[in-house]
Every structure is written in C-alpha cells, then in structure tokens.
Design a protein around this ligand. Sequence first.
Ligand code: PRP
Ligand code: URA
Length: 204
Amino acid sequence: MTITVVDHPLARHLLTELRDRTTAPARFRTLTKQLTAILVLESTRDLPTDPRTVETPLERADGSELPAIVAVPILRAGLGMVDAVTELFPGVVFGHIGLERDERTLQPTSYYEKLPPLQGRHVLLLDPMLATGGSAVRAATTIKEKEPAIVRMVCMVAAPEGVKALEAAHSDVPIFAAALDRELNARGYILPGLGDFGDRLYGT
Ligand code: PRP
Ligand code: URA
C-alpha cells in the first residue's frame, strides 16, 4: 500500500478529538491545523534540498535550502489545512481545485480550478478525507497533466476503498494520513470517520 499512517501519540490525540461529535467548529479548526502540521512534516521528510553555504559568526557552514513547493487544497474542506502549510513553508505557492461529491452518485463535480505552473515542482495535495477516492483521483489527474516532479496526498482519515482507488489510478502518489479507517457506509461516509469534514470545519 502507498499509504503511510503517521503513528505519533500527538497525532492520535488530535484525531480523537476531531472525531468526537461534541467538538465545536472553533476547536475543530485548531485541531485541523495542528494535525496538518504533523502530517505535512512527515510527508516532506524526504523532500530533496539544494545545498547552501552560509557564514556563521565564526566560520562557513554547509546547509541546505528547500525547493519551492506547491500546495493544492481541494475545496472546500482542504482549505482547513492551508494555514499549517503556510506557517511551515512561508514560500509555498498555492493552487486550488474545487470539487464537490454528488450525494447520490458519489462522483465529484468540478466547479473551480486555478493552478500555478507545476512542471518539475513538488506538490502536496491537501484534502482531509479520502473516502471513495473519486475526488483525490480527479485532482491528482489534473495536477499530473502539468508534469510536476512529485505529488503527495496529505489527508486526515483514509478509507481502504479510497486508498485502493488512488493506488490504482496513481500508484506514484503516496498517501500520508493520520488514520486508515475500516470502511465506507452506503452513503460514502468513512466509518468510524468523523462525519462531514467541511460541515464540521465551517459549522455549516
Ligand atoms: C469531501 C471531502 C473530499 C471528498 C472525499 O468533500 O472533503 O473532498 O468529500 O470523498 P471521495 O473520496 O469519495 O471523493 P465534499 O465533496 O463533501 O465537499 P466539501 O469539501 O465542499 O464539503
Ligand atoms: N467526506 C467527508 O467529509 N466525510 C466522509 O466521511 C466522507 C467524505
């Protein structure tokens, strides 16, 4: 499987509170930001860097510099993950992909797309929920048409069905998640999951 489940006690703690149905939107947003930071750090662990030499007050020191990264949140729920990425990588450039699942067919419909040049760049695809995988597959297809160097998917909760779908369509897109849950229900919601992420984030 191309999924890495980030197994850190803090990640488990934050996810538990996110799952809790009594967690209100204000707290939900804070938890989303904190958990995203952990997941994004893990997903960029092997990001290649360029060498950079600096002068310390005492002598020269060899160091390194990050390449420009691009983050692409899938609207709307992926927007909750943006602040953490901005704080970790102030030089990040953003693209946006708007997708909404049809409640009946579970197929994503595209309603917005604005992407910067991606050729040769490192892309983080941000969406907290990987359910059927339809949205992630569609977004990864759109991104890969622009020939990035690497695409990585960062999500909070993944379902086995979504992992399988993304793996089948894009085996070169590794997934970083806080949990791999049991299954989808008949309405395409992840079990045990945390409900509708966008609604809980925005108090809809
Ligand atoms: C949710 C979620 C993902 C998608 C996952 O978005 O944020 O984008 O569902 O489901 P899938 O893997 O089956 O495609 P939704 O379409 O509900 O839109 P929203 O973010 O605007 O709430
Ligand atoms: N989208 C969500 O927000 N939650 C799910 O469980 C599945 C898709």
